[in-house]
Design a protein around this ligand. Sequence first.
Ligand SMILES: [Ca+2]
Length: 278
Amino acid sequence: MASSNFDQDNVVRCKMNRRDIALVFIAVLVLIQGAVTVYIIVANKQTTNGELQTKLQMQQDEIEKQQDENKKQKDEIKEHQDKLTSIYSELEKAKTNQGVVYVRWGRKDCPGNGTETVYSGYAGGSYYNHAGAAVDYVCLPPDPSWGPKKDIRSYAPGYMYGAEYEDEVLFNKNYKNKDVPCAVCRSSNQSTSIMIPARTTCYTGWDEAYHGYLASGYNSHVAASQYVCVDEIPQALIGGGSSDDNGKLFYQVRTRCGSLKCPPYEEDKVLSCVVCMK
Ligand SMILES: [Ca+2]
């Protein structure tokens, strides 16, 4: 009987030991699982932090790269701006430096189309009947200044006369024998000029300075002359008087067919002229 009780106690003790062992085992498992979970969380956190730091660094690098690029572009823009400023300055200088001068015969003023009057003066030249006359029509200034040899005379001079409208029908009936004004004009918008005979307008791309009628000396006079363009609406020189002093003379110019092609020209017509600039 006593032995049976002992066996029962042993069985009970043995069952208890197994339960304890199982409980301990479960507790250990729970602990391990908890530790693993904590480890995973920490590891994940560390990984995330590392990735973020890497991303941050990459973005910082990108920003620095972009900043360098911006600086480079700014420098390039500045360089281009400096170049443009320099070109603009050169252009302004070139504009100031360029220009064209022409004489407007028969007028005291310049046309005003962007031109400045260098001076307004008197037309002049050699005497119409002198064999050794200079051919040019000149525009004399109204305020002569003399050199120190003003009164030293040689035996054989050339001469300078004033000029008259000798053609009473072309320039103005009332201007016969009246003295001829002239204006020296300058335009800074162009750099070349040309007087075109037998045209009243300029060719495309050219700007007109003025137009009028072609003039020269008379064909039977001894002195040679040249062709000049007298403004379409000529003026007489104020104070020049209308006495018949002659000197350098302005006559109309008419066509002569033969060596001159007709057509397009026509026989015995009065020629026009235009002064053009570009
Ligand atoms: Ca005369």
